[in-house]
Ligand binder design. Structure first.
Ligand code: GLU
Length: 448
């Protein structure tokens, strides 16, 4: 049984990069009939906002990525506390007293000497008296997890293949601030164990976090006397970049609202993001079951996935042209029925444009000036208009015979008189919607 999680911090809106991560975790779970959890990483009380929690839920609902359960880290603090105490008892966390400035300076010095900016563990060497002196000065400690520097950390990454890190090349991560609040690293590891997460699929910016968290898992199993379980499978996907090939600020700000405003359908975004950066072609597949069926970690490439607005628009158009009436009816102009939707659908770049085309049916329309010749032709059309199953083809057939016109001279004046436009949806579908009385009235008005 696969359980995945999507773990956004509610410090802002979801952007296209984390939408993609959510989608892939959702697909991975759906493919095997597993569970997809939403975990709200809200341990940073200062930056987390309830409105973003609501927005995350609403965005997932709009995308159709409904989670099977939701957890909030702010409601799980006692679990982190217990884990922290257990790790402390096992000597795997230690208090540190450096200020941000001191740490910056240490980093600069290390870099200046051509050394990697790894935390020097100075706090680990403090004696009880030195620590007491710091606290007497009113300095509250922040806490670091003590890595086992002797170890080479290894895992088989679902996307990147075999990974290995020398633990000694990593800084002991700060896991808790001086005010007692939690940083991301430990709560996430505690939750991944406690929630039975089997697959952690996230961006490759988390690769070194995984190395640290693998040691945390093992330390937690030992310190909390947990039954030794398998670690989750880890997979890190290449990041999403703009079409210019760089990590872009623009993508970081591009979220569901912006897509919705541009008339992008969630199905289009899903179809694009499901396949971007994989070996499978990006296609306008509206059927999620088909997308899920073809989804597998083995299809992911290592190169950054390029997000291209033009490609999204192309997919969006093709998706709209397949949407059923039931999927859009709440967003259509009043009175527009299934036949109306089918008539205008092939002309749409966005569902919201349906109203513009529907006005050709409901009127009023503005007709162009016609030549005398065309006016006589349109008068003939008004006379010959007969209503049946297929009034457009009967009308054009009768006019072809009686006037000898064909091609553009046959069709264009009719379209202009009936819709006021030179182009638009298929007239065979539009004419029945305009209706006999109105169609005859428009032809007669054009004939003058
Ligand atoms: N809250 C973390 C983030 O948004 C979660 C990372 C993870 O998937 O573990 O980066």
């Amino acid at each position: 049984m696969i359980t995945t999680r999507f773990a956004p911090s509610p410090t802002g809106r979801l952007h296209v990069g984390n939408i993609r991560t959510a989608l892939h975790n959702w697909m991975l779970a759906r493919k095997s009939g597993g569970h997809f959890l939403l975990r709200i990483d809200d341990t940073d009380a200062e930056r987390s906002r309830e409105e973003y929690v609501d927005a995350i839920r609403a965005d997932l609902a709009w995308l159709g990525l409904e989670p099977d359960g939701e957890e909030r880290q702010s409601l799980r603090l006692e679990l982190y506390e217990a884990a922290f105490e257990a790790l402390r008892g096992a000597g795997r966390v230690y208090p540190c007293y450096e200020s941000g400035q001191e740490l910056d300076l240490k980093r600069k010095i290390a870099l200046g000497r051509g050394l990697p900016p790894i935390y020097d563990r100075a706090a680990l060497r403090l004696g009880d008296a030195e620590r007491a002196a710091k606290e007497a000065e009113g300095i509250k400690p922040h806490w670091r997890f003590k890595l086992d520097h002797a170890e080479t950390i290894e895992w088989d990454d679902g996307i990147r293949g075999h990974q290995h890190f020398e633990a000694a090349s990593l800084s002991d991560p700060v896991i808790r601030r001086a005010d007692g609040s939690w940083l991301y690293m430990l709560p996430s590891a505690v939750d991944d164990i406690e929630m039975g997460i089997t697959h952690v699929l996230r961006g490759e910016d988390h690769v070194s976090n995984t190395a640290v968290q693998i040691q945390m898992f093992t330390a937690l199993f030992a310190a909390q006397h947990l039954e030794q379980r398998n670690l989750p499978h880890f997979a890190h996907e290449a990041l999403l970049v703009g079409s210019e090939g760089k990590l872009s600020k623009r993508l970081g700000a591009l979220g569901c609202d912006a897509f919705r405003e541009k008339g992008i359908e969630p199905q289009a975004l899903v179809a694009l993001l499901a396949r971007l950066g994989t070996s499978l072609p990006v296609e306008p597949i509206a059927d999620r079951a088909a997308l899920i069926e073809s989804f597998d970690l083995s299809i992911f490439g290592r190169a950054p996935a390029r997000f291209d607005d033009a490609e999204l628009e192309r997919i969006n158009k093709a998706i709209i042209h397949q949407l059923d009436f039931t999927e859009v009816k709440d967003r259509l102009p009043a009175g527009m029925d299934e036949a109306g939707w089918h008539a205008v659908r092939p002309n749409l770049g966005a569902v919201a444009e349906a109203g513009e085309w529907w006005r050709l049916v409901t009127g009023p329309i503005t007709q162009p000036e016609f030549s005398d010749d065309d006016r006589a032709y349109l008068a003939e059309a008004a006379r010959l208009l007969a209503w049946g199953d297929d009034p457009w083809h009967s009308l054009t057939g009768a006019l072809r015979e009686s006037t000898g016109r064909k091609g553009k001279p046959l069709f264009l004046p009719l379209r202009q008189a009936l819709t006021g436009m030179d182009h638009g949806p298929d007239m065979a579908e539009l004419l029945p919607l305009i209706g006999e009385t109105e169609a005859r009235a428009r032809l007669e008005r054009a004939a003058g």
